[in-house]
Design a binder for this molecule. Structure first.
Ligand code: FAD
Length: 388
């Protein structure tokens, strides 16, 4: 197996996982990250088994972060009357790897610790890539060029390299959905007999209803509760999304009004805090290519497949990218062949998952009526056929 000098642009979850996967095979890795320090939002992230299995194999210490392993996802109707699906109640038994619910800051910490302990990885914070020579390939930081055998662009949904690599512009568009996120102490939920069980549930509950859904789960051994409320604002759907309007703060007044007819837990979740982080959810159709024609620069993670969070798969797909890229470099003689194998494997898979999140956007957000009844029936049948 050849050993290469690899540069990774971006130390998000995708870039860090790629560094670990590639270093495990003996490649020399330099990760460039423009931010000074990791300032992850105060929110949870779900690490499903397709991703946890890989991270654990690269030596990321996830177990010590999670006091109780969660068991998956449950779905309830918006009035809170019917359990629609609990077929993903015990993911470990079904998929042979844990389903973690983790504070984002903890996950980044665990990845950074694993990276720092690896002598084959150099992590350069506060170092922005200002210019690219895609043919060499080399990267410019503060008037200095650095040359590598391979450059992996894990520079996120706002990637500056994507359009050059793709050969035509393709920018993220508004999906029509907005996510409101907040992480709250559990005491107010525990104090209310109608919501105290939520904190103790080892699963993420999804309440699904007309043009919206809410998700809640406990973190850090039941000391924090993570809330995501997704609402369709279809008016902006399909329009290009501006870089500045991605993330903002929103007060909860309109959430209280919007969810006033929903079940008690969802109403309570809207009332728990005055301010929510508001994210416009964006994605795009499949890129034409993930590899620059030089055959030495490639995309990974949100840079090439941003998706809605409805399957908790954005970072998980970046993790699959990392594993596939490492495997391709192991099995092929040249970087160019390896990159083409990587792209062939990953591009349709990531597009499939992203499209499924679009399907869930429609499926979960149905209004009451015959279509919704049919959906509920199908979910309940599936749950019975695959009981855990
Ligand atoms: P990013 O995290 O965006 O990292 C890119 C990095 O590149 C940044 O640190 C940036 O500073 C750096 N960078 C950019 N340009 C340069 C440059 N020129 N020089 C140096 N550095 C540069 N996924 C899951 O798997 N599970 C979940 O439960 C989940 N929940 C989600 C909930 C919400 C509401 C949202 C919005 C997303 C969710 N996701 C989830 C998706 C997940 O957060 C993303 O897919 C993932 O974080 C993307 O990682 P990344 O490394 O590809 O990109």
């Amino acid at each position: 197996m050849h050993h290469f000098s690899v540069s990774i642009v971006g130390a998000g979850i995708g870039g860090l996982q790629a560094a670990l996967a590639l270093a495990k095979d003996g490649h020399q890795i330099t990760v460039f990250e423009s931010t000074k320090e990791f300032l992850e939002v105060g929110a949870g992230i779900r690490v499903p088994p397709n991703s946890s299995r890989l991270s654990l194999s690269w030596g990321v210490d996830l177990d010590s972060l999670v006091k109780e392993v969660s068991c998956g996802n449950r779905f309830v109707d918006w009035k809170g009357n019917n359990l629609l699906d609990c077929s993903f109640d015990d993911v470990q038994a079904r998929y042979g790897a844990p389903y973690y619910f983790i504070h984002r800051a903890d996950l980044i910490d665990a990845l950074v610790q694993a990276v720092k302990q690896n002598p084959s990885i150099k992590l350069l914070m506060d170092t922005r890539i200002e210019e690219y020579d895609f043919d060499k390939p080399s990267l410019k930081t503060s008037a200095r060029w650095h040359e590598f055998d391979l450059v992996v662009c894990a520079d996120g949904i706002k990637s500056a390299t994507r359009n050059t690599i793709n050969g035509r512009p393709l920018d993220p568009v508004d999906t029509g959905d907005v996510a409101y996120r907040i992480l709250v102490p559990v005491e107010p939920l525990l104090a209310d007999p109608e919501t105290e069980h939520l904190v103790k549930n080892p699963w993420a509950t999804h309440w699904i209803g007309p043009e919206a859904h809410a998700v809640g789960y406990s973190l850090r051994g039941g000391t924090l509760y993570n809330i995501i409320i997704d609402v369709t604002h279809a008016t902006d759907k399909g329009t290009p999304i501006g870089l500045d309007e991605w993330r903002s703060e929103a007060d909860n007044t309109h959430l209280i009004e919007r969810f006033k007819d929903w079940c008690k837990p969802v109403r309570k979740m809207c009332e728990l805090t005055g301010t929510y982080l508001k994210w416009k959810l964006a994605d795009f159709d499949q890129l034409d290519r993930w590899i620059h024609p030089s055959g030495k620069v490639v995309l990974l993670g949100d840079a090439c497949h941003p998706m809605m969070p409805y399957m908790a798969q954005g970072a998980a797909q970046a993790t699959e990218d990392a594993a596939t890229l490492a495997a391709a470099l192991r099995y092929y003689d040249t970087i160019s062949l390896a990159l083409h194998a990587y792209e062939k494997q990953r591009r349709p898979r990531a597009a499939y998952v992203a499209r499924n999140t679009r399907v869930l956007q429609q499926w979960w957000h149905l209004h009451d009526g015959p279509e919704r009844d049919r959906r509920d029936q199908l979910m309940q049948e599936d749950s019975k056929e695959n009981p855990m």
